[in-house]
Design a protein around this ligand. Structure first.
Ligand code: 8YV
Length: 325
């Protein structure tokens, strides 16, 4: 009779990590995006004490009910809006995530979207490939240097974006719920409305929650300059997408760079796909070989540490860990 803890694996694991995890745990594979409540028989579910999963796995009351012996779930993501943290905490289920290892990769996509928008690089590529260059030069675009970058949220990723933007001689302003004393050297705190009014580029770096859902909507977009760009590499639903489409069509703002959307994958029929002043990416912020390996290393280490009685490096609800200690 195996005494190894049963662990649901709902994320692709590199062979060496799978071998490491299998040495310590009995693995129960669940296809990514499927709920373990549907994919795993009840008698097996009743023995599961750990899980490693992506943000596609919704950890809500129903799933927690279906996994009565669950002690820890390790998110292969820094965002944890897929988790009902209050419900997990009330049941003593520790939630871990992967902060700190993807900041640079996401910041790079943020800067890339900013440059694509200001210098119209995506349209420029199509312009050359189409042969239109023979009819004349590509239209003038806009400098990004010296323009004001506004960060909605100044956490780990926001700070890396601020540091990077300084290399483009961009003054950086930010808004957080509270002024961050450590941000002084990188960016200036401003009130929320001032952020939207003053930014030439407004980049979103806040988590998705009930409070932040659709928190960037018609009112905020109307405060922005008509020459300003909105960038979102955080979570799609932070932005009221219908209001964004209206603002882009009306010229309320000059353009948007989106790595995340309310509906993912974004259907090709979505209005955003038909707008010329939008640059779209397929939620690739952390999607580099190096960063995803660092994330999965951390996600598996969090799981093994928690099951082994060692404090994990990254906990969303550390009070659960202290209670268990
Ligand atoms: C996910 C993300 O990690 O980390 C996050 O919160 O949004 C992404 O980097 C990626 O989609 C894998 O789940």
């Amino acid at each position: 009779m195996s005494q190894k803890p049963k662990v649901i694996v709902s994320v692709p694991l590199p062979p060496d990590l799978r071998e490491r995890l299998a040495a310590a745990c009995d693995l129960v594979d669940v296809p990514m995006g499927q709920s373990p409540a549907d994919a795993v028989p009840a008698d097996v579910r009743a023995q599961v004490s750990g899980m490693v999963c992506t943000m596609k796995t919704r950890i809500d009351q129903a799933l927690l009910d279906a996994l009565p012996a669950l002690k820890v779930s390790s998110n292969f993501a820094v965002g944890f809006d897929n988790v009902d943290v209050a419900a997990a905490t009330s049941r003593g289920v520790l939630i871990c995530n992967t902060p700190g290892v993807l900041d640079g990769a996401v910041a790079d996509v943020t800067i890339g979207l900013m440059l694509c928008l200001a210098r119209n690089l995506v349209a420029g590529d199509a312009f050359v490939r189409s042969g239109a260059w023979a009819q004349g030069p590509f239209p003038l675009t806009r400098d990004i240097r010296g323009k004001t970058l506004g960060l909605l949220g100044m956490g780990r990723i926001g700070r890396v974006v601020a540091r990077t933007a300084r290399a483009f001689d961009m003054p950086v302003i930010y808004h957080n719920r509270r002024e961050d004393p450590e941000a002084g050297g990188l960016a200036t705190f401003v009130e929320r409305d001032e952020l939207f009014k003053s930014a030439d580029v407004l980049s979103i770096h806040i988590p998705l929650s009930a409070q932040t859902r659709h928190s960037v909507g018609k009112r905020e977009l109307s405060l922005m300059k008509p020459t300003a760009y909105l960038i979102n590499t955080a979570r799609g639903p932070v932005v009221d997408e219908a209001a964004l489409v209206d603002a882009l069509r009306a010229g309320t703002i000059a353009g948007a760079g989106l790595d995340v959307m309310e509906q993912e994958p974004l259907p090709a029929t979505h209005p955003l796909c038909g707008l010329p002043n939008v640059v779209l990416q397929a939620h690739v912020g952390s999607a580099t070989h190096e960063t995803r390996r660092a994330m999965i290393d951390l996600a598996v280490a969090n799981l093994l540490d928690a099951l082994g009685g060692r404090q994990p490096a990254a906990m969303v609800n550390p009070e659960t860990w202290k209670a268990a200690a």
